[in-house]
Structure formats: structure tokens, C-alpha cells
Design a protein around this ligand. Structure first.
Ligand code: NDP
Length: 487
């Protein structure tokens, strides 16, 4: 039974509303998906666990260099014999088919993602899976119209793609859909802690009769990723993850003629002006940092609130946070699920302790944490200055640092005072202020009076240490085609 507090302070209870696991068939062990079939790897295997219960879900093959080589060879053959040759309208048919199967198997994918990742079912059901399908639909539409893209029509060849654990299926779709639409073949490595939806996607490729070798999924940890991105026959590297690993990848491909896109970390400012609709802004703050347990590269992890409304916003925010329901990811009432891994939990705890040691004031929403699994209560820090580590480093958890400002110029200066530049939010009643502030913010995406909205037609990517290249929209084709970009 979940107990919650209403905005008026009244407590009420929710009966559990768990989504059934029965729709998902998790196998005891998984091989690698190479050349259209599941094969045993040459290396060891590892376990993937449920972060909400710590239950072992499956044993998964760990691809070594020889496996990576086989996968890249399969992708190369598929590119030169089939995928790189067939007309765009034929490729489009497969992409449409994959998009429709993702929709048809949406519930299965959503349940599996929640079990393996720990995120709430209402997010996998309403965000991850529908947007993943939307990416395949969107790029299917481009496949036979590349001559209008402004980026040429010729594919690059084999793409080596490495994705993180925060949006496993969604990041897969961001990577695979544009690559395939442009005529490339792919070898994709999901994160070690969340391989299961990528492996289910491999089954979807079989179901869609995708020619063997067009999509290859190799599971493993950092060594597998390293072997993939440094493989000499990979033409394009696409990576989403930490800035540290992104830097290592940039170094490893420097001097080669591999094309690279890197989508890395962020420390976004969510700026609330005194004329903003405050209740709406509070919803946006909550969505900005507590959506997906804060495991979001573009999370609004720094709240910049105008001093004159600071106390009021904080009081409303705390009231709203007290209503967040933390617990079983498969319960349809759950707002905040489990932290993805013990390592990530340790990192969030460490940075939060540093926040306290450096003098910021910590407040966590009152909620009971389950006995098993990895959990962290939604937390805010007030009295944060720009020098604090919690204001500078990506915590990648449900932790918000609150700073104040007096003038728009101060807000802009503080917002841009970060090594990152992925996203930002602006809350104000004035359209002119939105435009002025958005123009001055050095961030790839600026949301106005909303936050964390994603759409396949819209380009996404960063400045500075948040990486380079864009995913999504027409811009997202550029990284997978040989042509020139539009000026
Ligand atoms: P990583 O950047 O290490 O992981 C991202 C992906 O890269 C995973 O598939 C990982 O494999 C793989 N990988 C790791 N090392 C290499 C390498 N040398 N070459 C190629 N691929 C590699 O992120 P972590 O999961 O370790 O998280 C660490 C921190 O990074 C988090 O605390 C968070 O702050 C940040 N992060 C940011 C993300 C973002 O989108 N901005 C996403 C994820 C994390 P494996 O998982 O198997 O190790």
C-alpha cells in the first residue's frame, strides 16, 4: 500500500496497481545477435539484475574482440551486398514494419524495460516505447527522400553504436533508426546493466524479416564498447554516455577517418522568473529532475529561481515532492522508481554527502524506501553556490540543486557557467523574455514553459562538454550520410 500526501496535506492511500509480468518471457540466458541469429559468444557471461529487487533476471553473453569482429564483418557484408544497395523505399518498408511491431509489442517492451532498468511503468509505457516507435516511423519517412535532406544520399557503411542504461530502448531507436534509413548497417552495444530490451529488439528484427547482418546486437561492458568503437572497419561511431568515456572515444578515433557523434552529460539550468505561472513551473521542475529518477542527460538539475519568488517556489515544490510515490516500478501509481545500479546509487550518495559537507542544506521528500533494491528519495539542496560540486557535476540522480538570481542577466550568466551545454528551461509569462533568454543560453535544447519534451522531428545534442553532432530531425541524418551539410 502506498501512502501519499495531497497538496492540501491530507493523507490518502492507493491500492497497489501492478502491471502483470506475465506478458514478458525472460530467458535464463542470452547469446549475441549476429548476422540475424542468436549465437554463443567466445567470452564470459554476466548477470543482469532487477534494480528494484536485486533478483537475477538472466545470464547474458559478454562479447570479446573476436565476437565484435564477427559482428562488424556481418554488418559489412550486409551493407555491401544488400542494405547499402537497395532503394530507400525498400528500406522504408522494413523501418515501418519495425515501428509497427514496437507498437504491437509495446506492453511487453514497457514491462521488460521497467524490470531491467527500474524505471516506472507509466514512463516506459507513455514515453520510452511510444517515442521509440515514433523514431522508426519518422526515419522510415526519410528513407526514400534523402535527396531532400541536404546531406547527400550516400551511406557511410558500418556504424558502431554504444548506448547507456538510462533510456535503453529509446537510445537504441535514436541510434538505429536514422542509421538504417540512410542505408548503413549497425553493430550496437547496450549498457551492461540494461541489455534485455535490445535483445528483444533483436527478435523484432527477426520478426520484421530484416536481412541478416543489418542490425547486430552485442552485449558486454566497457571492454566490448572499446573494442567496437576502435574496430578498424567501423566507419561511424555514435555514443551516448558519460563525458569521461566520450573523451576516451574521441581520443581513440582521432587520426582515423571514422565519423563520430557524441551525446554526453549535462547540468541544465531550469530558470524560473518571478512572472512565471508558479504551479506550472513547479510541475516542470519536478518533471525536469525527478522524471526517470534524474537519470537524464538533459535533466534540469540546477534550479535557478528569481529571489523574489524563491521562498514561495520552494514551499510549493516541497509540497509537491511530498506527493511523489516511490516504489515498485511495475505499479502504475509509481512516480519514482529504482536507481539503476548499486554503483550509481553510491555515486549519488557520495555527491549528496559532499553537498552537505560543502554547506548546502539538504531536504528529502518523506517516503519509505523499500528493503531490497537501490533507492534514493527525491532530494533538493538549497543554499547552493556555483562553486559547490553539486552545482557543477552531473549527479545523474533525483537530486536538485537550488540557486537564486535577481536579474535576467545574472540568470543567464549562472546558467551558462557550466562546462556542459545540453539543455535548459525558461519559465516566464513574457514571450519576449523567452526569446531573449533562450538566445543567450549556450544549450542545444531550450524548453520554454515546459521541460523534458522529446520528439523525433526535433534535433537534440550539445555544446562544449556535452558532445557534438545532433540526433533527431533532418539534422540527425547528417551523421549517417557522406554528403555536405546545408549551410
Ligand atoms: P558510461 O559512459 O561508462 O557508459 C555508457 C556506455 O558506454 C555503456 O554502454 C558502457 O558500457 C560503454 N562504455 C564504457 N566504457 C567504454 C569505453 N571505454 N569505450 C566504449 N564504450 C564504453 O556511463 P556509466 O554507465 O559508467 O555511468 C557513469 C556516469 O556517466 C553516470 O554516473 C552519469 O553521471 C553519466 N552518464 C551520463 C549519461 C548521459 O546520457 N549523459 C548516460 C549514462 C551515464 P557498460 O555500461 O557496459 O560499462
Amino acid at each position: 500500500m502506498m501512502v501519499s500526501t495531497s497538496p492540501t496535506g491530507a493523507k490518502f492511500e492507493y491500492a497497489p496497481a501492478p502491471e502483470s509480468r506475465a506478458i514478458v518471457d525472460i530467458k535464463p540466458s542470452y547469446g549475441l545477435f549476429v548476422n540475424g541469429e542468436f549465437v554463443d559468444g567466445h567470452g564470459h557471461s554476466f548477470k543482469t539484475i532487477s534494480p528494484s529487487t536485486e533478483e537475477v533476471l538472466a545470464e547474458v553473453a559478454e562479447a570479446d574482440e573476436a565476437d565484435v569482429d564477427l559482428a562488424v564483418k556481418a554488418a559489412r557484408r550486409a551493407h555491401s551486398r544488400v542494405w547499402g544497395r537497395i532503394p530507400g523505399k525498400e528500406r522504408a518498408k522494413y523501418l515501418f514494419r519495425i515501428a509497427r511491431i514496437i507498437q504491437e509489442r509495446g506492453r511487453e517492451l514497457a514491462v521488460l524495460e521497467s524490470i531491467d532498468n527500474g524505471k516506472p511503468i507509466k514512463e516506459t509505457r507513455d514515453v520510452d516505447v511510444p517515442i521509440a516507435a515514433a523514431h522508426f516511423f519518422y526515419y522510415a519517412g526519410w528513407a526514400d527522400k534523402l535527396e531532400y535532406s541536404g546531406h547527400g544520399t550516400q551511406s557511410l557503411g558500418v556504424a558502431g553504436q554504444v548506448i547507456p542504461w538510462n533510456f535503453p530502448l529509446l537510445m537504441l531507436s535514436w541510434k538505429i533508426a536514422p542509421a538504417l534509413a540512410c542505408g548503413n548497417t549497425v553493430v550496437l552495444k547496450p549498457a551492461e546493466t540494461t541489455p534485455l530490451t535490445a535483445l528483444l529488439f533483436a527478435e523484432i528484427c527477426q520478426q520484421a524479416d530484416l536481412p541478416p547482418g543489418v542490425v547486430n546486437i552485442i552485449t558486454g561492458a566497457g571492454d566490448t564498447g572499446r573494442a567496437l568503437v576502435s574496430h578498424p572497419d567501423v566507419d561511424k561511431v555514435a555514443f551516448t554516455g558519460s563525458t569521461e568515456v566520450g573523451r576516451a572515444i574521441a581520443k581513440s578515433v582521432a587520426g582515423s577517418d571514422k565519423r563520430v557523434t557524441l551525446e554526453l552529460g549535462g547540468k541544465a539550468a531550469n530558470i524560473v522568473f518571478d512572472d512565471a505561472p508558479l504551479d506550472q513551473a513547479v510541475e516542470g521542475i519536478v518533471n525536469g529532475i525527478f522524471f526517470n529518477q534524474g537519470h537524464v542527460c538533459c535533466a534540469g538539475s540546477r534550479l535557478l529561481v528569481q529571489e523574489s519568488v524563491g521562498d514561495e517556489v520552494l514551499a510549493r515544490l516541497k509540497r509537491r515532492m511530498a506527493t511523489l510515490r516511490l516504489g515498485d516500478p511495475l505499479d502504475k501509481n509509481t512516480d519514482v522508481g529504482a536507481i539503476n545500479s548499486a554503483e550509481q546509487l553510491a555515486k549519488i550518495r557520495e555527491l549528496s554527502e559532499i553537498g552537505e559537507q560543502e554547506g548546502a542544506e539538504r531536504w528529502s521528500a518523506p517516503c519509505e524506501l523499500p528493503d531490497h533494491g537501490f533507492w534514493f528519495a527525491p532530494t533538493i539542496f538549497t543554499g547552493v553556490t556555483q562553486a559547490h560540486r553539486i552545482a557543477r557535476e552531473e549527479i545523474f540522480g533525483p537530486v536538485l540543486s537550488v540557486l537564486t538570481f535577481r536579474t535576467p542577466a545574472e540568470a543567464i550568466e549562472k546558467a551558462n557557467n557550466t562546462p556542459y551545454g545540453l539543455s535548459a528551461g525558461v519559465w516566464t509569462d513574457k514571450g519576449s523574455r523567452i526569446l531573449k533568454v533562450a538566445n543567450a543560453l549556450r544549450a542545444g535544447v531550450v524548453w520554454a514553459n515546459t521541460f523534458n519534451k522529446f520528439d523525433p522531428t526535433s534535433p537534440f545534442g550539445g555544446y562544449k562538454e556535452s558532445g557534438y553532432g545532433r540526433e533527431g530531425g533532418r539534422h540527425g541524418l547528417e551523421g549517417y550520410l557522406k554528403g555536405q551539410s546545408l549551410k
